[in-house]
Design a protein around this ligand. Sequence first.
Ligand SMILES: [Zn+2]
Length: 474
Amino acid sequence: MAALDYEAVGLKCGIEIHQQLAGKKLFCSCPAEIRKGSPDFRVIRRLRASAGEEGRVDRAALYEQEKQKYFLYHGYNDITCAVELDEEPPHRVNQEALRTALQVARMLNCVIVDEIQVMRKTVIDGSNTSGFQRTMLVGMNGFIEVNNRRIGIDTVCLEEEACQIIKRTKNYDIYNLSRLGIPLIEIATRPDIRTPQEAKDVAAKIGMILRSTGKCRRGIGSIRQDVNLSIRGGGRVEIKGFQELKSIPKIMEYEVKRQLKLIRQGKKPKDEVRKAEPDFTTSYLRPMPGSDRMYPETDVPPIIPDLSSVRKVKTIEERVKELVKKHGISPELAIQVVKQNIDLDKYTRKYKSLEPRFIADTLINAPKEIKARFGKEISVFECVDELFLRADKGSIPRSAVFEILVELAHGKKPDYEKYKVMSDDELKKEIRKLVKENPDAPINALMGMLMARFRGRVDGRKAMELLNKYKKKD
Ligand SMILES: [Zn+2]
């Protein structure tokens, strides 16, 4: 089947990214930790739809109320407090989270607002005990470049995470209270995205920028993407619940096809919120909520952002590029160096004769290989300095570093004498002997024999050079 012509169908798409921050909650000092398992206490609440400032009851609120539901919250004594239960007013905004949000807004080239006003956004599904979510706009009118196209960033907000749904039933919903109040950065792009692939690329880039701050929570659910899309003659649909970035293009494609089919049948697709399913289709979730139902939070005074403490950090992408350029290591290795926050410069300054590639490879791949081959764990950072130092001075060959790590992983005390570098004369003698004994063996086979016998005592490159030399002489 031919690929859809998204320009022809008039696809417009914007995405919203929600990223949880690590550290403390946004309006109390509880840890930003999501606990599972049996709760210390349970609280029941009911929510009622009430008329807003315009005198109308919100359609979505009414929809929820018609279900006559109650909500059960699971709490934990040591990590949830009276703020999450809405029995105590919010504390001062978490300053570290605020700095991170401002930093992200700057990295997304946003205009920072002069004054941050905490707002209450009505929430009617019970996912917040108070019936509203606190949110604050920190930046707007930014942009990012993705594949040489400029995608507008509409807003960057800092808000509180909602409770996590445990179970939905007809009569009641059960929520995990521990997630409530975790700082959440919400980034909304303009509807500048034109293809499903571009939506995925934009989401990936924003995710990368967020992680570059080093302040994000990790793991499943710590970042979520919503996709807003429309096509000509179709409905505006918000798709929630993407399990992974790579499913975005397929799910969008299926949704566009679903709408096209309805249009062909003479029906008008509805504006609605839909849920991404594992088979890439979407299912109806709820009607599209009315326009933002927000009013100021009176318990938290407005904040004048202090930009002097906000540094624009290099993104992961920029740091990877720098490492590749400066040290000649592969991009794959560079990504790992950045991800693991390894200060490669510190090592290369300290161990001048060791190649950056060797250092990075040892730090990143040696533990993985030891785990895969021997099923052993090794804390490479704790023991590697001693080995790098010896290799740097030439008292052990570089190839011995891995061998010794294997010994250490097995709980053995390394005998450095065993790995003492073979003298050049000794090596020459051994190679000459080997070549003579195996006149028909190709160089690689000879190298294999040599390394099997003297692994850890000879430098691979030097051995290869000598082998080439003696083999030619024959
Ligand atoms: Zn708390």
